[in-house]
Design a protein around this ligand. Structure first.
Ligand SMILES: NC(=O)c1ccc[n+]([C@@H]2O[C@H](COP(=O)([O-])OP(=O)(O)OC[C@H]3O[C@@H](n4cnc5c(N)ncnc54)[C@H](OP(=O)(O)O)[C@@H]3O)[C@@H](O)[C@H]2O)c1
Length: 288
């Protein structure tokens, strides 16, 4: 019988993985963190990881060793990976084989968006998991407020809020800290088997709203304008982003430009048992 308090976290060294590990440490669990770079091992141990698994996620023998003996698995896929469905289905097969009590799949808000590849790949991963017989919970998080971290300096220096889509497109952006707390609650609590939860932020905001809120919090006048797709593409190329990832981000931005990414925060607030963090509070507490 696997240890019921042992939780495997894939993508442990990433933005989501680290937040999830910090939130899980508030509970009485042991954490196995899956990383591919030896140099981050100590940092993750300091964060709260009890046991490190080192390897590529697509090395399925290492993956099997990581799943084996775990009570729970949370699978956080590397973003925009073209082999996302293959990896997620392998994780599910291994969970079944090794008697994992519950697999938590970290998906995305509206995986049904057929024009955005990573949404579509996550939808297929969800379908496989639902039909597999494995006990699961699926989480569908919205766009993170943390997308403001890399552009914060530019916003403050230029007074311009520039994301690569229309200033009118609305998003229920969500604080990753809320999502991580929700992951930990769902993983350690009872009654979440066979559930699929949409986890979106409390306000539908466009770039004009975000700029206004940042102005109110910082006292600095910020204006919203769309970043042209060509400029986004050139910037991503300059920092060495792989061509396929740039292409997929551009497709996602085209979708955002037309439709935004709205959702509902009722389920998130039910899981947190408190109001979700609004954008002004996030900015005040983290960036301003
Ligand atoms: N960003 C959002 O707003 C948002 C919203 C909803 C859902 N999501 C989903 O959340 C997930 C995680 O996103 P994130 O922003 O946390 O990603 P991230 O910060 O880029 O982290 C990705 C993690 O995967 C690891 N990784 C990548 N390729 C690997 C491989 N071949 N073998 C082993 N490890 C590998 C990375 O390791 P290294 O540290 O070594 O690179 C890193 O730990 C994605 O599936 C994304 O679609 C994101």
């Amino acid at each position: 019988m696997p240890d019921k308090t042992s939780i495997l976290v894939t993508g442990a060294s990433g933005r989501t993985g680290r937040a999830v590990i910090s939130a899980l440490k508030m509970h009485d669990v042991t954490i196995r963190g899956y990383i591919r770079r030896r140099e981050v091992a100590q940092e993750l141990k300091t964060l709260g990881v009890d046991e490190i698994v080192l390897g590529d996620l697509f090395d399925f023998s290492v993956l099997e060793g990581a799943v084996s003996g775990c009570g729970h698995v949370i699978h956080i896929c590397p973003p925009m990976n073209p082999r996302e469905t293959e990896l997620a289905t392998k994780v599910t097969d291994l969970c079944l084989k090794h008697g994992v009590r519950r697999q938590l799949l970290y998906s995305v808000l509206h995986p049904l968006l057929s024009d955005v590849r990573h949404h579509n790949l996550k939808l297929k991963a969800e379908e496989y998991l639902v039909n597999s017989g494995q006990t699961y919970t699926i989480l569908q998080p919205g766009r993170y407020m943390q997308h403001h971290v890399p552009i914060w300096k530019e916003i403050m220096e230029t007074g311009r809020h520039r994301m690569p889509f229309s200033v009118d497109a609305k998003f229920n952006i969500v604080d990753l800290a809320d999502l991580a707390e929700a992951v930990a609650n769902v993983l350690t609590g009872d009654g979440h088997a066979s559930a699929t939860y949409q986890l979106a932020g409390p306000q539908a905001l466009n770039q004009i709203d975000m700029a206004r809120i940042i102005s109110e919090v910082t006292g600095k006048l910020i204006a919203a304008e769309p970043k042209p797709a060509d400029e986004f593409r050139a910037g991503a190329k300059k920092i060495g982003m792989p061509a396929d990832r740039i292409e997929q981000l551009c497709i996602m931005n085209e979708h955002y430009d037309k439709h935004g990414l709205k959702g509902n925060c009722n389920v998130l607030e039910w899981i947190l048992d408190r109001p979700a963090t609004d954008f002004a509070t996030y900015i005040k507490n983290n960036l301003a």
